[in-house]
Write a protein that binds this ligand. Structure first.
Ligand code: CP
Ligand code: NVA
Length: 306
């Protein structure tokens, strides 16, 4: 693994290596702190969009591992505007030991990797959010002790998070059903590629417009915002289409599973894609899920930078 750009680039073994490393580093941290395996190393973090979890979890991960993180805000670099993406990659990669970037255009992530001398990590693009999905597998693995044979139901927009969850589930033999309104599904070719990968592991990928059918028998119910960063102009129209896809107590009950866990990558828009009762209720895994971003980030950094 030279970069972490998209889960489709990873093998199942890569995914499991990240999950097991996250497990080890989380246990080590809980026992008093991590060994400084990234001492003297720096991570450059380029953001074109806001962030709480990705920014802080990467920064703290670097600090806990003995290294340093540099936050480069949207105004600072103006990726592709003040300076071309290849030139940013050429220069930044002479200063730092790895680059994490959050962009609009997924091509910009790929270009950074193409022109960088050091590993590049996708910290979310319009297309995918691999660090989120890897960390989510880790959270599900912690809760259930296994991944193969489980069913995840994703209810909502077929966005970057949905794409990475479909790709990630397929790598570990977890079935996924994605329920989205017509016109808001993940791209059919992404679904088909994930389905082909999942079938090798005895799992399946279902794209549907029926949230009740999707959650039936689910071990995990997952949702995300109806309007992703960069889509703000569509927010009004999306608020009209998405209400039947709200994760509320009735939908959780429709899983038929008293032990189902509910996940959300956050930030949550309470009263839209998820209700307070669910986000703060007995099935919610939201805060463990958010914490695990940091542990999984450590694993990714350790594997790419050492
Ligand atoms: N889930 C996630 O990536 O959150 P941020 O946008 O706050 O980084
Ligand atoms: N789909 C959301 C995820 C935020 C972490 C977005 O892109 O805004």
């Amino acid at each position: 693994m030279r970069h972490l750009l998209d889960i489709s680039d990873l093998s199942s073994d890569d995914v499991w290596q990240i999950l097991h490393t996250a497990e080890t580093l989380k246990a080590e941290w809980r026992q008093g702190g991590n060994a400084p395996i990234l001492r003297g190393k720096a991570l450059g973090m380029v953001f074109q969009k806001p962030s709480l979890r990705t920014r802080v979890s990467f920064e703290m991960a670097m600090q806990h591992l003995g290294g340093h993180a540099l936050y480069l805000s949207p105004n600072e670099i103006s990726l592709g505007a003040r300076e071309s993406v290849p030139d940013v990659a050429r220069v930044l990669s002479r200063y730092v030991d790895a680059i994490m970037a959050r962009t609009f255009d997924h091509q910009h992530i790929l270009q950074l990797a193409q022109y960088s001398r050091v590993p590049v990590i996708n910290g979310l693009s319009d297309f995918s959010h691999p660090c989120q999905a890897l960390s989510d597998l880790f959270t599900i693995y912690e809760k259930y002790g296994r991944l193969a044979g489980l069913k995840l139901a994703y209810v909502g927009d077929g966005n970057n998070v949905a794409v990475s969850l479909a790709q990630a589930s397929a790598k570990v033999g977890m079935s996924i059903a994605i329920a989205s309104p017509p016109g808001f599904s993940v791209a059919p070719q992404v679904g088909a590629a994930a389905a082909a990968e999942a079938s090798k592991q005895g799992a399946d990928v279902v794209l549907t417009t029926d949230p009740q059918a999707a959650v039936s028998g689910a071990d995990v119910i997952y949702t995300d915002t109806w309007t992703s960063m960069g889509q703000e102009a569509e927010a009004v129209r999306r608020r009209q289409v998405f209400p039947p896809f709200q994760v509320n107590e009735a939908l959780v009950e429709a899983s038929g599973n008293d032990d189902v866990i509910v996940m959300h990558c956050l930030p949550a828009h309470r009263g839209e894609e998820i209700t307070d009762a669910v986000a703060d209720g007995p099935h919610s895994a939201l805060w463990d899920q958010a914490e695990n971003r940091m542990h999984c980030q450590k694993a990714i950094l350790a594997l790419l930078m050492t």
